[in-house]
Design a protein around this ligand. Structure first.
Ligand code: 5AD
Length: 353
């Protein structure tokens, strides 16, 4: 089957996603790694993740911090606490911090703008936001405050499936593609992504998702396996109801996730692709390395203080839940050294070739 970027149309991508032959997959891994090296180099960029709030007004059917996924003790970090984490990231040599949280109106537009300004003034690192669907006014305020990037996964191009697992907040219409377009016009670098193996995701849908990454020319693309989160509807009857026929349903396993990542590297050769936390949960011993050797060039070590990290419970099994940020950072740096790769310096923005 063809592996050149231009030949990867919908049918070729869907066929590659279903591929199980070890020799063919070995060729896919080699090609993804070669394109990664040629287009974005050997540097692995480190983005320190700060999970600033676990409050959320949405009811995403898969997510353990959704409003309906109770009971869960909720927290919101203060400006000082967030700033302390950002300083620590800068001291570890990270070029970016990512402020992520549930969709939390209690984390107001002006508050986030103050946080972005404080981080920029004190540390100079790049700031990525990942705070869900927000108003145009908030996004503009944050961009003006100096935010560089925004992550908003579109999760699936199948509009019916999207609607089933993302109930609208009454009175609003969820349109993540519209927000991604708006943010691009505002000058953000934009990141998106999907989970692999959500009930109802078919091989054809996933091929469309990968083509959408290319059509939207996404700057960052996060792909991780769907992990069943016990207190959520998708882990229960809704998951059974939505599941596609067995031969069409994408499994939420490691090799399928890696195929999607490798194909994404081929169709979006100069984008930034993280080896995701969810992948490392599915395979604690090798997940991160497998991602880095099959297309990924970014890792997002967790900087959230352990007492909050345990409460940011989007899925079960988060590794190193009680470990300090230092221990997590050291481990990631050793892993990159072990692969003979280098640590990225500077903000690690997307370079367009
Ligand atoms: N399994 C895997 N990933 C999940 N996310 C949320 N819930 C889960 C889950 N149960 C992902 C979503 C979200 C990102 C921050 O975490 O894709 O965009």
């Amino acid at each position: 089957m063809p592996l050149s970027c231009d030949a990867l149309d919908h049918d070729a991508i869907a066929a590659w996603l279903r591929e199980t032959d070890p020799a063919a997959l070995a060729a896919l891994w080699r090609r993804a790694d070669a394109v990664r090296r040629a287009r974005v180099g050997d540097a692995v960029h480190l983005r320190g993740l700060i999970e600033i709030t676990n409050y959320c007004v949405r009811h995403c059917a898969y997510c353990g911090i959704a409003a309906c996924a109770g009971p869960l003790r909720r927290y919101r970090m203060t400006l000082e606490e967030i700033l302390a984490c950002a300083r620590q990231g800068r001291d570890f040599g990270f070029g970016t911090v990512v402020l992520q949280g549930g969709e939390d109106p209690g984390v107001t537009g002006p508050f986030v703008a103050d946080v972005v300004r404080a981080i920029k003034a004190e540390t100079g690192v790049a700031v990525t936001l990942s705070l869900g669907e927000r108003s145009e006014a908030d996004l503009r305020l944050w961009r003006d405050a100096g935010a560089d990037r925004y992550l908003l996964r579109f999760e699936t191009t199948d509009q019916d499936l999207y609607a089933r697992i993302h109930p609208n907040v009454p009175g609003t219409l969820s349109d993540r593609f519209a927000q991604l377009r708006l943010m691009r016009r505002m000058g953000y670098e934009i990141g998106t992504g999907v989970m692999i193996g959500i009930p109802g995701q078919t091989w054809d849908t996933l091929a469309d998702d990968i083509l959408a990454f290319r059509d939207f020319d996404m700057d960052m693309i996060g792909i991780g396996p769907y992990l069943r989160s016990p207190r959520t509807p998708l882990a229960g009857p809704l998951g059974l109801e939505l599941a596609a026929a067995p031969e069409e349903q994408v499994p939420s396993d490691e090799v399928t996730t890696l195929k999607a990542m490798a194909l994404t590297r081929l169709v979006c050769p100069d984008t930034n692709i993280p080896s995701t936390t969810a992948l490392s949960i599915l395979d604690p011993s090798a997940g991160r390395v497998n991602g880095l050797t099959r297309g990924a060039n970014v890792i997002m070590p967790n900087l959230t203080p352990p007492e909050y990290r345990v409460l940011y419970d989007i899925y079960p099994g988060k590794a190193g839940i009680h470990e300090t940020a230092e221990v997590l950072a050291d481990r990631v740096i050793a892993l990159i050294d072990g692969l003979g790769r280098t640590i990225g310096t500077g903000p690690g923005s997307r370079g367009r070739v």
